[in-house]
Design a protein around this ligand. Structure first.
Ligand code: TYD
Ligand code: MG
Length: 460
C-alpha cells in the first residue's frame, strides 16, 4: 500500500494552460510545456466565505418554458470607440464578462481607461479597479488622455471579497478589473495569479455580473506562447475573449475577438498608440499600403477579410537561386507550411523550378494572414519575382489555391472589390467562379482565372 500523504488536499495545475492533475508531471499532456506544474490546495466549494461572496443562498429553481422567457431587449452601451464597439459585437452587453488579454505594455489599461472615460462622459456609471497601479499613477495616465466630467470612480484594491461587496453597494453599469492576475480571494490559500486564484476570482465575477447586471472587463496577461496566462479555463468562464496585440512591426495595435457570446468572432479593430492614448485607425488599408514600392517585381496587393471587414495588404515574394544545396524558405506574416505547399503546387502545376531557389514571403505592414484567400497573392508574388516581371500597381488579386493548381472561390467578394475600388485599384484578378457571379462594376475590371498556369499570360 502506498503511503497516504496529504495529496488529497492539494492538486497540481499546469501554469501555462490550466490542466489539472492529481500528481506532479514533468510535461503537460495538454499543452506539452515542460516543468510547468505547480501544487495548489483544493478549493472547498460551499465554504461559508464563498457562499457569502455569492450574496445569498439559492432557493429551489424551476425550468422556464422558452415562450415565457423575455427576449433580450436591453440596449448595448457604446464604448465611445466605434472600433472597440464593433469588436464587441456592437457595444457592451450589460451583465457580460469580457476578458481582454495581451502582452504587458501593449495598452490594455490605456484602452480600458479611455473607454471608461468615454462611457462616464456619456452618462454611464463606471468603476475602475486596479490591482497594479496606485491611484496617482492612474491619475497620471488619465491626465495624458484627458477627462471632462462624469461618474467615474477609481479603487486600488486586490482583495476579491472587498471588491464584490463594493460592487454590490455601488452597482456601477460597467466595472474594469485590472488585472485578474492580481486579484486575491481569501478562500484560496495559493498565491495571487495562480490557476486556482484566477479561476475562483473569475467565477465570482461572473456570478456578480449576471446577478447585478454589471458589465465587467477583466484584464489578463498572456504567456510567452500567447495564451491567457495560467488558466485556459478563464476563456471558458467568460462571455467574450478579446486579444489586444501588436502588428509584427509594432506600428499599430490590433484588437481581435477570439470568443464572443454576443457577436461574431474574427472582428478586428485597429488602433495606434499616440502621446495622448490610443487612437483608432479607421482606414487600415491606407496604412497598410503606405510606402508601397512602385513597379517592383515580387509585390502584389490582396484583400483579406478580417471578420466582416476587408483590409488590403501587400504580399511580397523574393525568389533567388540557392547558393547552397538546400533551398531556404522563409515566411513572415503567413504560415510557413502553407508557403511550402504553394511552392510545391507551383513547381508541379506551373512548371517553375522552385526547388533550386530560395524563397522568401513577407506580408508588409505587419498583418498576420490566416485566410486562404491570400494564396493567390503569394503565388503571383512568387511568379512575379521569379520571372522578374512587376505586377501592375493598379492590380489586386485574391483567391484560394488548391493542390491541382486550381483557383477556388472565396467568400464576400463584393466587399473586397468595393474596398479595392475605394483605394484606386482598377483591375482585380479573382477566381473565375467568383467573377462569373459578380456584377461588373464601372471603373474596375474583373479577370476570372481557373488555373495558376493562366497567370503567366496575365502578368507577361
Ligand atoms: P499600458 O496601457 O500600461 O499597457 P498594459 O496595461 O497592456 O500593460 O500601456 C502602455 C504603453 O503605452 C506604455 O509603454 C506607455 C504607452 N503610452 C503611450 O505611448 N501614450 C499614452 O498616452 C499612454 C497612456 C501610454
Ligand atoms: Mg496595465
Amino acid at each position: 500500500m502506498p503511503k497516504q500523504s496529504n495529496s488529497r488536499d492539494t492538486v497540481f495545475f499546469c501554469t501555462e494552460c490550466g490542466y489539472e492533475s492529481k500528481k506532479w508531471l514533468g510535461q503537460c499532456p495538454a499543452c506539452h510545456s515542460w516543468n510547468s506544474f505547480s501544487e495548489e490546495p483544493v478549493v472547498k466549494t460551499g465554504s461559508k466565505a464563498s457562499q457569502k461572496a455569492s450574496g445569498k443562498v439559492r432557493s429551489q429553481r424551476k425550468p422556464v418554458p422558452l415562450k415565457d422567457i423575455d427576449s433580450y431587449t436591453e440596449e448595448r452601451l457604446d464604448t465611445g470607440f466605434p472600433e472597440f464597439s464593433r469588436v464587441l459585437g456592437g457595444g457592451i452587453v450589460p451583465g457580460s464578462l469580457v476578458l481582454i488579454a495581451g502582452d504587458p505594455g501593449i495598452g490594455k489599461s490605456t484602452l480600458l481607461l479611455q473607454a471608461a472615460i468615454r462611457l462616464a462622459e456619456g452618462g454611464r456609471k463606471v468603476l475602475y479597479i486596479s490591482g497594479e497601479e496606485s491611484l496617482s499613477q492612474i491619475k497620471l495616465r488619465a491626465d495624458r488622455i484627458g477627462f471632462r466630467d462624469g461618474d467615474l470612480g477609481f479603487l486600488s484594491e486586490t482583495d476579491l471579497g472587498t471588491i464584490l461587496e463594493l460592487l454590490r453597494q455601488e452597482k456601477p453599469e460597467v466595472c474594469i478589473i485590472d488585472s485578474i492576475q492580481t486579484m486575491y480571494s481569501e478562500d484560496v490559500s495559493s498565491a495571487a495569479g495562480s490557476v486556482t486564484q484566477v479561476r475562483e476570482c473569475a467565477q465570482h465575477m461572473m456570478m456578480l455580473a449576471k446577478e447585478e447586471n454589471i458589465a465587467i472587463f477583466l484584464v489578463g496577461h498572456v504567456t510567452k506562447e500567447g495564451t491567457v496566462a495560467g488558466p485556459r479555463v478563464l476563456e471558458h468562464i467568460v462571455d467574450t475573449v478579446l486579444y489586444f496585440e501588436s502588428g509584427q512591426n509594432g506600428a499599430f495595435r490590433l484588437l481581435r475577438s477570439a470568443k464572443n457570446r454576443f457577436g461574431s468572432t474574427n472582428e478586428i479593430g485597429v488602433f495606434e498608440m499616440r502621446s495622448n492614448g490610443l487612437s483608432e485607425v479607421l482606414d487600415p488599408s491606407e496604412l497598410m499600403l503606405s510606402d508601397r514600392p512602385e513597379h517592383a517585381s515580387g509585390a502584389v496587393v490582396t484583400c483579406l477579410l478580417e471578420g466582416t471587414r476587408p483590409i488590403l495588404a501587400e504580399v511580397q515574394g523574393l525568389v533567388c537561386e540557392t547558393a547552397f544545396g538546400m533551398a531556404r524558405r522563409q515566411a513572415s506574416g503567413i504560415d510557413y507550411n502553407r508557403l511550402n505547399l504553394l511552392l510545391a503546387v507551383m513547381e508541379k502545376r506551373a512548371g517553375l523550378a522552385l526547388s533550386r531557389c530560395d524563397a522568401y514571403v513577407n506580408v508588409a505592414g505587419g498583418m498576420h494572414v490566416s485566410e486562404p484567400s491570400a494564396d493567390l497573392a503569394v503565388v503571383v508574388a512568387i511568379i512575379s519575382s521569379y520571372k522578374n516581371i512587376p505586377v501592375p500597381d493598379d492590380t489586386l488579386v485574391f483567391g484560394e489555391v488548391g493542390l491541382s493548381g486550381e483557383i477556388r472561390a472565396v467568400r464576400q467578394v463584393e466587399e473586397r472589390i468595393r474596398e479595392a475600388k475605394k483605394l484606386g485599384f482598377r483591375r482585380v484578378i479573382l477566381p473565375r467562379h467568383n467573377a462569373a457571379k459578380c456584377r461588373q462594376e464601372e471603373g474596375i475590371e474583373l479577370i476570372g482565372v481557373r488555373y495558376i498556369s493562366e497567370l503567366f499570360r496575365l502578368l507577361g
